[in-house]
Design a protein around this ligand. Structure first.
Ligand code: ACO
Length: 428
């Protein structure tokens, strides 16, 4: 017998079973043969929030949460953030290898060619109220894209999938910029295909009267932030894209599910929540009081803690450096002082140390976005632009994985046993 097995003795029956162990996992379905009787359904695993369940095999992103390691397709995040462009990283995530010059040029061209959205989208956006949250607008318009491209439902055709992925990469910044302009009551600025991916996006958000003075340092800082957010294996929004995509819906619908998941304050919405938290702390002197309120259950320290990283999030380290470069251009964000003090105290405090709570990617990113001129409720939109290549690569990988089926978790039923319907008049 191979040593890569797990022997299980069922103390209910005294029977023993051998279950294969592969890549440090057992297959939950192998437990089904563990039964107390022939009509027993068989043993299941119970794992709310997937704390210890691998839902797929993936070759895209590697994380070691204890050591603070993050790699896309084997390349350390530090090197990609230093040297790569965002579109290069998007290609790497999608194709598995860094592009050569010709491949990169084609990839950039393909994306550039699709940056425009149908002008009906503008009518659609006009239906949103002036104070609509930009993430709500983004998930609505991305979902609506499926009606503009009904061919996107042909997900079995790799060439078709490629064109839809390109469309999403090309159009998401346009939709995001339109949502930004809508919130401000500004006329929409159309894509400029003479500009690069980042420069075009920045121009679409900030150009006034057709003019915008680009700042290369801020644009590179934004690009680095997008690279740092580009994938993070099976997080909440990526799992949403995979799960919804597993029904074989079109990718616009699947990605809008990812955007919805990202919107939440425990996920991508945390960068917005960090700024709201910093707003509640009037000065550096008030930081200890705030920390005490967190420790006594008065709320979480937003931007701290992570399901996977139990040491310093490597992205947070890189973002801190980027923050210095940005603030050298824009002047110091007064909230930075408060954030630094929060970090200093939390990293020395036993409450946070014992729970292994460290700053995550969102702790400093909001401060940078704010310094760049983006309003708080827009931060998660920027995160969505960054995360899109990851969602698309994971969607593609999921569809190509012969082991994947429509996602359908099991449950442990805790409701009432069968009982007869009571007519209304007889209910107390
Ligand atoms: N502030 C204070 N206490 C915290 C925090 C925090 N930010 N995060 C976790 N804890 C505490 C919990 O209260 C719990 O304490 P207990 O054991 O005494 O009950 C313990 O640490 C473990 O927390 P869990 O909620 O079980 O950890 P989980 O892995 O489920 O949560 C999460 C991870 C959601 C990120 C959490 O740390 C959190 O809410 N952080 C703040 C929100 C945030 O920054 N989210 C962004 C994550 S990164 C991203 O999505 C891009």
């Amino acid at each position: 017998m191979s040593s890569d097995t797990l022997s299980i003795t069922d103390n209910r029956t005294g029977k023993s079973y051998d279950v294969p162990v592969t890549d440090g996992t057992i297959r939950a379905i192998d437990l089904r043969k563990i039964k107390t009787s022939d009509d027993d359904f068989g043993l299941m695993t119970y794992d709310p929030a997937y704390l210890n369940t691998a839902s797929c095999r993936s070759a895209i992103t590697f994380i070691d949460g204890d050591k603070g390691i993050l790699r896309y397709r084997g390349y350390p995040i530090e090197q990609l953030a230093e040297d790569a462009s965002f579109l290069e990283v998007a290609y790497l995530l999608a194709e598995g290898e860094l592009p050569n010059a010709a491949q990169l040029a084609k990839w950039i061209d393909d994306i550039r060619y699709h940056t425009y959205v149908h002008t009906n989208v503008i009518k659609f956006l006009e239906g949103f109220r002036y104070d609509a949250h930009p993430m709500g607008m983004l998930l609505g318009t991305v979902g609506a894209m499926s009606t503009f491209y009904p061919d996107a439902k042909h997900i079995d055709d790799p060439a078709n999938r490629y064109i839809q992925r390109i469309r999403l990469m090309a159009k998401l910044p346009t939709l995001a910029a339109f949502a930004f302009r809508h919130s401000r009551g500004l006329p929409y600025e159309f894509p400029r295909n003479d500009l690069g991916y980042i420069a075009n996006f920045v121009n679409m958000t900030f150009s006034i009267g057709g003019k915008h003075e680009p700042n290369p340092v801020l644009q590179r800082a934004l690009e680095i932030l997008l690279i740092l957010h580009a994938d993070h294996e099976q997080n909440c929004s990526t799992s949403a894209v995979r799960s919804v995509g597993s029904s074989h819906v079109d990718p616009f619908s699947a990605v809008s599910a990812g955007i919805a998941a990202l919107y939440g304050p425990l996920h991508g919405g945390a960068n917005e929540a960090v700024l709201q938290m910093l707003d509640q702390i009037p000065s550096r002197r008030d930081v200890p009081k705030f920390i005490e309120s967190v420790k006594s259950g008065g709320g979480r320290l937003m931007g701290f803690g992570h399901r996977v990283y139990k040491s310093y999030d490597p992205r947070a380290k890189l973002i801190k450096r980027t923050a210095d470069e940005v603030f050298a251009q824009t002047g110091l964000n007064p909230k930075l002082e408060i954030a630094l003090e929060l970090e200093r105290i939390a990293l020395e405090d036993d409450y946070f140390v014992s729970r292994r709570l460290y700053p995550n990617v969102d702790f400093y990113s909001g401060l940078i976005y704010q310094a760049m001129g983006y309003p708080t409720d827009y931060f998660t939109v920027l995160f969505a632009i960054g995360r899109l290549p990851g969602w698309l690569a994971q969607w593609e990988e999921m569809l190509g994985d012969k082991e994947q089926k429509i996602a359908r978790p099991r449950q442990v039923f805790t409701g009432p046993d069968e009982r007869p319907y009571l007519p209304l008049a007889t209910r107390g």
